[in-house]
Ligand binder design. Structure first.
Ligand code: PLP
Length: 380
C-alpha cells in the first residue's frame, strides 16, 4: 500500500484555499465575458479584475493604478529588471547570489545584451546579504551611476530575510532604485509602501493558497516604464493579452483570506516549524540547520543538511517513496555535484544532503509527528 502523502513543500506551491476555489468557479463558468468588451458581460469581469487590484493596493498601501497583473512573479521580475534598464537608464544592478533564477538569469541577460554592470553582494551569517558592503558600494559611488538594488525579501530555499526597512531607507536616501521579489512574503507579512518605499515589488498567488499562473508587479507611479509584451491595451497598455480573469479573482480572494487570518496563521505555522526543528535537533543531533529558525527567518521554511553519519544515500528518492513531499537542492550521493546555487552560496558541506521542509496553515502537528517517524526509519 502506498503511504499517505505528507506535503511539506509549500515554498514551491501551496494548495488552493476552498474559498479561493469557490470565488473562481463562476469566472470559469457563467462569467466568461472578455473584460475588454463594453457590454454587460465584459463590464462584469472588468469589475472583478479591478476589485482584486484594489484589494492588493490596500494591503500595500499604494494606489490601484500602480498594480499590474502578470502571469506570475517570473514575468513580474523580468518586467521590473528589463524596464529599469531600458526605460530608467539603470547601468548598474546590485543583487545577491541567492536570488531566484528568474532574477539571476535576467541579470545575466542584462549584463550580456545591455552591458549592465551586475554586482553581487557577499553573504554574511545564515545567508543574509552583507549590509555593510551594500552601504559601502552605494555611498562610495562618486560618479552616481544610475543604480538598481534587486534583493528578495525572503529566500525561498533557506528562509534568510532582508531587513526591508533598512534597505528601503538606504536606497531612498541615496537616490537608488529598489526592486524586491516578495514572492515568499506577500500574503505572509504586512507591507506599507508609504512607510517603506520601493520602486518595484513582485508577488505570486500560488505561494499563499491562490491559483498558479497569476501574480502582479507593483511599479511606483513616478516611474515611466514601457510594456514588455506588445498587443492590446490591457493593463493600461502595460501588459497586452486577454486577462486571466478567474486567476485574478482567485488572487484577490487569496489576498483577502491571507490577510484576514495573518497573525493567527503566522503563529500557528511558526509553532509547527519550530516543533519540527526542535524534534530534528533532538533526534538527529548532528544535523546542520541552514535556516536561522531560532532568530529571524521566513517562518514557513526549515532547511536542514544531514551529514553522512546518517543514511543519506538516495535520501530525496527515499523521502518520495515514503510519501514525503519536500524539496532537495542537494544530492551528492551519486558523486555528482547537484547543489543549488543557494546551497553553494552558503557553503553547505558537499558530503551533506540538504532538505527543505516548508509549511502552510494546512499542515498539522500529527503530520509533523508522522514525518519525524518516517524520517527516523529512512535515516537511521
Ligand atoms: N521568486 C521566488 C522567490 C520564488 O520562490 C518563485 C517561485 O518559486 C518565483 C520567484 C517565481 O514565481 P512564479 O512561479 O510566479 O513565476
Amino acid at each position: 500500500m502506498r503511504p499517505s502523502i505528507l506535503y511539506f513543500d509549500n515554498a514551491a506551491t501551496t494548495p488552493l484555499d476552498e474559498e479561493v476555489f469557490e470565488a473562481m468557479l463562476p469566472y470559469l463558468k457563467e462569467h466568461f465575458g472578455n473584460p475588454s468588451a463594453i457590454h454587460s458581460m465584459g463590464r462584469q469581469t472588468r469589475s472583478a479584475i479591478e476589485k482584486t487590484r484594489k484589494v492588493i493596493a490596500q494591503h500595500l498601501n499604494v494606489s490601484p493604478s500602480e498594480i499590474f497583473f502578470t502571469s506570475g512573479a517570473t514575468e513580474a521580475n523580468n518586467m521590473a529588471l528589463l524596464g529599469a534598464v531600458r526605460d530608467l537608464g539603470v547601468k548598474r544592478i546590485i543583487s545577491s547570489p541567492t536570488e531566484h533564477h528568474c532574477v539571476l538569469h535576467t541579470l545575466e541577460h542584462l549584463a550580456q545584451a545591455w552591458n549592465v554592470e551586475v554586482k553581487t553582494l557577499p553573504l554574511s551569517e545564515w545567508g543574509r546579504v552583507d549590509l555593510a558592503v551594500l552601504e559601502e558600494w552605494i555611498t562610495s559611488d562618486e560618479n552616481r551611476v544610475p543604480t538598481l538594488v534587486s534583493l528578495m525579501h525572503a529566500n525561498n530555499e533557506i528562509g534568510a530575510m532582508l531587513p526591508f526597512k533598512k534597505i528601503s531607507q538606504l536606497c531612498t536616501e541615496n537616490g537608488i532604485y529598489l526592486h524586491s521579489d516578495t514572492v515568499q512574503t506577500f500574503g505572509h507579512y504586512t507591507f506599507d509602501l508609504q512607510r517603506t518605499p520601493v520602486d518595484f515589488l513582485s508577488a505570486s498567488a500560488h505561494k499563499f493558497h491562490g491559483p498558479k499562473g497569476v501574480g502582479f508587479l507593483y511599479i511606483n507611479s513616478r516611474l515611466h516604464i514601457s510594456p514588455m509584451i506588445f498587443g492590446g491595451s490591457q493593463e493600461r497598455n502595460m501588459r497586452a493579452g486577454t486577462e486571466n480573469v478567474a486567476g485574478i479573482v482567485g488572487l484577490g480572494k487569496a489576498v483577502e483570506v491571507a490577510y484576514t487570518h495573518l497573525e493567527e496563521d503566522r503563529e500557528y505555522v511558526t509553532a509547527l516549524r519550530n516543533y519540527l526543528a526542535e524534534q530534528l535537533e533532538q533526534r538527529f543531533p548532528q544535523l546542520i540547520f541552514n535556516t536561522d529558525w531560532k532568530n529571524s527567518s521566513l517562518y514557513t521554511v526549515l532547511n536542514v543538511a544531514f551529514p553522512p553519519v546518517y543514511k543519506t544515500d538516495l535520501l530525496l528518492m527515499n523521502l518520495d517513496i515514503a510519501g514525503i513531499c519536500a524539496s532537495g537542492g542537494s544530492a551528492c550521493s551519486s558523486g555528482v555535484e547537484q547543489r543549488s546555487h543557494v546551497l553553494q552560496a552558503i557553503n553547505v558541506p558537499t558530503d551533506c544532503v540538504a532538505v527543505r521542509f516548508s509549511f502552510s496553515k494546512k499542515n498539522t502537528r500529527e503530520q509533523v509527528d508522522e514525518l519525524l517517524q518516517r524520517l527516523e526509519n529512512i535515516l537511521q
